[in-house]
Design a protein around this ligand. Structure first.
Ligand code: ZN
Ligand code: ZN
Ligand code: ZN
Length: 159
């Protein structure tokens, strides 16, 4: 099981978190010969601003403010598509918002712990859960593409 639930706490050195994520993204893209353009990197940097998911419109506004001119929505949408395809971010369906992935180098299924108070999202993966889903689906004759499980509740800090 991999988890970043502890790292999602508010009182941690998030700048380190953010820098590590950006460094990891650069190394991974270089390794894959994928182009992490300045626009794509800027969007990833904004998403890693916190552990709370951020929507596309907010990203367009923040990027426009940062660059001092109106950034066109397709620029941000294309950057999001790239980051999703590289596994550097995930979309949280219920929020229609995006969150940085702390372990993009590992193939994984997603389990998100959503805190209803502070809005932080921690990402976990559980092999036993993946197996249970695969077995259940197989019994129903269903071919699984993937899953995005969202668990609502309160994080350790907000309890
Ligand atoms: Zn952090
Ligand atoms: Zn992930
Ligand atoms: Zn919380």
């Amino acid at each position: 099981m991999i988890s970043n639930s502890r790292a999602a706490h508010r009182d941690h050195d998030h700048e380190r978190c953010q820098n590590a994520a950006l460094a990891q993204a650069r190394a991974l893209c270089q390794h894959r010969s994928a182009r992490l353009t300045p626009a794509r990197e800027a969007v990833l940097h904004l998403i890693w601003h916190s552990h709370r998911p951020v929507g596309a419109y907010t990203l367009i506004e923040q990027l426009s403010a940062e660059q001092g001119h109106r950034v066109l929505p397709p620029t941000v949408y294309r950057a999001l598509d790239f980051l999703l395809a590289q596994g550097l971010i995930h979309r949280i369906p219920s929020r229609n918002a995006f969150i940085g992935c702390p372990f993009p180098e590992v193939r994984h299924r997603n389990l998100f712990l959503l805190c209803r108070q502070c809005g932080a999202v921690a990402e976990c993966s559980a092999d036993t859960l993946d197996q249970a889903i695969a077995t259940t689906a197989a019994r129903a004759g269903f071919a699984v593409d993937g899953h995005n499980l969202e668990i609502d509740g309160l994080c350790q800090q907000c309890q």
